[in-house]
Design a protein around this ligand. Structure first.
Ligand code: NDP
Length: 441
């Protein structure tokens, strides 16, 4: 805390991992002697830079860009770029730190990183977004490379933004390389990458339920968010026979008792990806739905008050607090799996686990996105292009392996079937051993 004053999100992420891995560090002298954890919390490099761009009125605008290169012991830095007004160094360090363990869990050779800007794409024209992305890449291109650091999308960075950034990188470097993932399928992208985080989350949850001889069939589910992760989580839950009754954005949420079926989901995709509108429009279109606007004076989020078997927070960090966890328990929730990064506060996680709710931490359950980015890199390196079925099959295998390695690590360190401890321990051991093998750097 003294070294990183004010970085509350980063402290939160570090404490969570530290608590889980403490028994491992105590048992294995080499981790303590080599000060592995102290080294892990210090990024290898933090780059912060000015991005100047011109808006549609010809007025210069200034934003701050970042890339946090957290750890490259097991592979090149890899992690998304977030464009959102809330972005700051603390948030990117927490995301980069989480990414180290998540990437290790995928079993692919990927280090951890994260980046982005406090630029807000909301309400900007395509031309403004393009000019911002080009100027952002003008600086970022000096620090990345297909064997050095391979960024991807995150909040506010989807196919459009990746396209503009990739075009600029290609122009600067004069080469076509897989330096960003999440590219369009016509120009080096992988099939199933857009679906991968949401699908992977639901595959992971299905494996958790199978482990107790249950399934998603017939389950009522709450999903928050309506962006990339939420959309494909809703799609896969519905395919597997579950019913999703909510979706949200930062302005509010909709509750649809009849369930969000395939046709309604297409409406959401068009609304959010093409028209860039607000989720409130869903309730105007479908009479089975009600809309509740966000009330920031409340100390809980009413979306989590609805009765449901499963809950999937897929919007942003700290969106589910202790009041929300208690409300979910009142509503008889059995499983909470994180699609977003760190959406549950530490207090909420404790309440869920103490009440016997199955809980999956994002670094395990949302790892399908980065895993499929890894598969996009493999296709780029080898000049090949796999079918949707092939990528989806590999995604399922990866999610099953992550699931099993979390359980295995948890059992080995007597954490019963606690997926959070298991994910932190399994990820930590892989990276810690690699750092020790490579000497004191
Ligand atoms: P998108 O930008 O596509 O969607 C984000 C969604 O969350 C939108 O509905 C947005 O609403 C909502 N949201 C954002 N901030 C807030 C807030 N402060 N309060 C309420 N709602 C909010 O992002 P993604 O779906 O890609 O990412 C969602 C989460 O998943 C993030 O935590 C991200 O880090 C994580 N993640 C994403 C991966 C990916 O592959 N995309 C991979 C792994 C994790 P609005 O439209 O109003 O902004």
């Amino acid at each position: 805390k003294q070294n990183n004053p004010g970085e509350t999100e980063f402290h939160q992420a570090v404490y969570e991992v530290y608590e889980s891995v403490l028994p491992v560090i105590e048992k294995h002298e080499e981790y303590r002697v080599n000060r592995v954890f102290d080294r892990m919390v210090e990024p290898e490099r933090v780059i912060s830079f000015r991005v100047t761009w011109v808006d549609d009125n010809g007025i210069p605008q200034v934003n701050r860009g970042y890339r946090v290169q957290m750890n490259s012991a097991i592979g090149p830095f890899k992690g998304g770029l977030r464009f959102h007004p809330s972005v700051n160094q603390s948030i990117l360090k927490f995301l980069g730190f989480e990414q180290i363990f998540k990437n290790a869990l995928t079993s692919l050779p990927l280090g951890g990183g994260k980046g982005g800007s406090n630029f807000d794409p909301k309400g900007k024209s395509d031309g403004e977004v393009m000019r911002f992305c080009q100027n952002f890449m003008l600086e970022l291109s000096k620090h990345i490379g297909h064997r050095i650091d391979i960024p991807a999308g995150d909040i506010g960075v989807g196919g459009r933004e990746i396209g503009y950034m990739y075009g600029m990188y290609r122009k600067i470097e004069n080469q076509f390389s897989g330096v960003l993932t999440g590219k369009g399928v016509k120009w080096g992208g992988s099939l199933i990458r857009p679906e991968a985080t949401g699908y992977g989350l639901i595959y992971f949850s299905q494996y958790m339920l199978e482990n107790i001889n249950d399934s998603l069939e017939g389950k009522t589910c709450i999903v928050s968010g309506s962006g990339n992760v939420a959309q494909y989580a809703i799609e896969k839950i519905t395919e597997l026979g579950g019913k999703v009754v909510t979706a949200s954005d930062s302005s509010g949420y909709i509750y649809d008792e009849a369930g969000i079926d395939a046709e309604k989901l297409e409406f959401i995709k068009d609304l959010k990806n093409e028209r860039r509108g607000r989720i409130a429009e869903y309730a105007d279109k479908y009479s089975s739905a009600t809309y509740t606007a966000t009330d920031r004076s409340l100390d809980y989020n009413p979306i989590w008050k609805h009765a449901a078997d499963c809950a999937f927070p897929c919007a942003t960090q700290n969106e589910l607090n202790e009041h929300d966890a208690n409300n979910l328990i009142q509503g008889n929730v059995k499983l909470v799996a994180e699609g977003a990064n760190m959406p549950c506060t530490p207090e909420a996680i404790n309440i869920l686990r103490d009440n016997g709710v199955m809980y999956a931490p994002g670094k395990a359950s949302n790892a399908g996105g980065v895993a499929t980015s890894g598969l996009e890199m493999v296709q780029n390196y080898s000049g090949s292009h796999w079918t949707s079925e092939e990528v989806d099959r590999r995604l399922q295998v990866i999610m099953k392996n992550i699931h099993d390695s979390c359980l295995h690590a948890a059992q080995k360190y007597k954490a019963n079937n606690d997926y959070m401890s298991g994910a932190n321990i399994a990820g930590f051991i892989k990276v810690a051993d690699s750092m020790i093998a490579q000497g004191l750097l």
